[in-house]
Write a protein that binds this ligand. Structure first.
Ligand code: ADP
Length: 228
């Protein structure tokens, strides 16, 4: 793996939970604007790798470089600040706040960063438009479909202009048609914003939207020729 020009790089990551070696020498790198799929069977260490890269889990050993800074050397407060400003997240289930409307959900990260309601909601509507869910602004998450909710979640993840979007099985709860639409719009939106995407998936069809695939097995990762 060549880390030259990389935005986010990990080398020699180890993480154990008791006797389980979740990561056992994993490597990773991603360039600005690149979409990398992290593939592998269930339990192979994909989510642990994503959580380490995002500064949510601290590895037992190894190094994680982000934009010239060593993530493992940062304080918890520095890492959470970085997550708020530079990283966006999409999970399998959108995890939208049920009491808020969709536009309020998308605007929420900006509001938490101190942006006033009007400009925050204006930016939210712009991102919802790109994700083709503009018409859902006034609805609550319980009133929209799973696929629509995921597109709202993608808009929320991108509204702060993150440099890295972490997506953990973003289509895992969707049927194939909705999954394809989410992936198409997610990758288009991320590319237009020059955000790198770390995409964890076990589906080849979803990974096909990436520029490059990394396979994790038994906590170790390697680059892979795309299987057609
Ligand atoms: P994947 O995302 O590929 O399914 P994970 O990274 O979730 O794999 O898990 C890798 C291994 O580490 C599994 O054996 C899992 O049970 C274990 N593991 C992950 N997180 C924890 C945790 N918080 N506590 C204990 N074991 C964990």
């Amino acid at each position: 793996m060549n880390p030259a020009g990389s935005l986010l790089t990990a080398t020699g990551l180890h993480k154990a939970y008791g006797a389980t070696r979740a990561l056992d020498g994993a490597e990773f790198s991603i360039h600005p604007g690149e979409v990398v799929a992290v593939m592998g069977p269930s339990g192979s260490g994909k989510s642990t790798l994503l959580h380490c890269l995002a500064g949510i889990v601290t590895p037992d050993s190894g190094s994680i470089g982000y934009a010239g800074r060593e993530l493992t050397a940062m304080s918890d407060a520095e890492r959470s600040a970085l997550r708020r400003t530079d990283f966006g997240f999409v999970f399998q289930f959108g995890q939208l706040v049920p009491e808020l409307t969709c536009v309020e959900n998308v605007a929420l990260p900006l509001r938490l960063n101190g942006v006033k309601r009007r400009p925050a909601e204006a930016a939210a509507r712009e991102w919802m438009d790109r994700l083709q869910v503009a018409e859902l602004g006034g609805k609550r998450p319980g009133e929209v479909s799973g696929g629509q909710g995921q597109r709202v979640a993608v808009a929320r993840a991108l509204v702060t202009g993150p440099r890295v979007l972490f997506a953990d099985e973003p289509t895992g709860a969707l049927d194939s048609l909705n999954g394809e639409l989410v992936m198409q719009l997610l990758t288009e939106a991320a590319r237009s914003a020059n955000a790198a995407v770390v995409l964890v998936t076990h589906e080849t069809r979803v990974a096909a939207y990436s520029d490059r695939e990394i396979v994790v097995r038994d906590g170790r990762s390697r680059d892979m020729e795309r299987v057609v």
